[in-house]
Design a protein around this ligand. Sequence first.
Ligand code: FES
Length: 574
Amino acid sequence: MTEKKKLRSQAWFGAEDLHGFLHRAWMKNQGWPHDVFDGRPVIGICNTWSELTPCNGHFRELAEAVKRGVWEAGGFPLEFPVMSLGETNLRPTSMMFRNLASMDVEESIRANPMDGVVLLMGCDKTTPALLMGAASCDLPTIGLSGGPMLTGRFRGQTLGSGTGLWQMSEDKRAGKMTREDFLAAESCMSRSKGHCMTMGTASTMASMVEALGMGLPGNAAIPAVDARRTTQAHLTGRRIVEMVHEDLKMSKIMTRKAFENAVRTNAAIGGSTNAVVHLIALAARIGVPFTLKDWDDLGSHVSCLVNLQPSGKHLMEDFYYAGGLPAVLKELAENKLLHTDALTVNGGSIGENVKDAPCWNRDVIHTYGKPFKAEAGIVVLRGNLAPNGAVIKPSAGTPSLFKHRGRAVVFEDIEDFYRLIDDEALDIDETCVMVLKNCGPRGYPGMAEVGNMPLPPKILRKGITDMVRISDARMSGTAYGTVALHVSPEAAAGGPLALVKNGDMISLDVAGRSLVLEVDDATLAARRKAWKAPEVPARGYAKLYVEHVLQAEQGADFDFLVGSSGAAVPRDSH
Ligand code: FES
């Protein structure tokens, strides 16, 4: 009986008065017997299933496996939907809705009778949205990723989600691939349930869940259709009930040490630049001091161990068979790059979880002594073009371009880019620096993944595949190139990026951490006087977004969502 009083859900289901009757009676229309309300842990299963989010299309089955585990451990599972974010369908960009989905998650958890939560996450933005929303409530919580698709195969070759598409799209534009082959490749790339199977944003964020200690060991890589993914879901259901009894809240797991582990892990897996904004936003929700500078200080010198697309050649299925993330974490631990005492959701430390992790394929997961790419973590650039920072992912770039000075070719916004890029008369060669403006959090609400601008056809025809590109946008985790992203302040907020003109000289120095616009201050001041801020949308969510979104180096969260309100039970108004 003592335990019943402690459980949050009993504030709804435990009373024998009007309120208790009301809360139980309506639930009983689903056929629940009276004793499920007897004080057992109520586990909310937060589901991002949607047919418009194909990467999460199998989540109703996954939820059933979680429920088996919850029942078995003596809990009462209740599945609930939240806004789902399908990367490939949402316009203008799914990132615009990450914060909205996180509000849905936070308020759904706080307003409902639940003692613990399982977060079902897969497609890119579903993972940070659910973690951020749940963090602002801080109940015992486990993340369960949906798992990657099986390896894509097209005419005898492997084909990676996104990465293969960027390559084929460039080949088609350069006239090297026919329309028929291009269309045939579609169904070959996505041939099973699951999320992108390159080390794109979804796989990166699934790895972040595991590195933060928020998922059970093995969470990141088990393919969506592998029976062991169902087992993982079952075990997650069992474990969340125990976590409620142990009062093991998110804030006990997502500590500063956990975030440091995540940054180094991101470097070791060649992870997505999108993790930068998501983890900064997540840390701010849970009250952990964590900045853009930490990414460079902690991660840039860490080597990439994982030979996966887009930085390498293999795919997530190979990664799982080679040992998955535990094998990577073990390498980091043995090289003093992991806080081995960081607590995880299974109740053990991350060091204990991975100390015996095997590796079965050293071409996929390299040792730290013989890394796949040395010192490959995300680098933070600064200079008069990015006073508050920009990021670049060296493992996906071309080393010969890491120190480069070139003439700017400017695209004022994404429409300008699409209008000009295929024009044979465009004054550009491979030594130029492509600059894309007005695609940051406010400028292209949501900070679209357009920073890896496709190259002009006349340059592609020369066989050149990379140029220096600079933008306030993001880039898909599946993309590659020497691309400086997340330039802050963004152009639409009046950052120096807004002042760049065609013909200006720009210097990039990755080793020197600098991004410099070689224009004198007086000229820039004169250009600034002529600059006009873009109009704010007139109404609706777009207006709320533009008025409240923070800049990239602050995680692009809303200013009013930073922090936590806890899970205190709201007053019952009945
Ligand atoms: Fe959903 Fe890539 S499109 S994970």
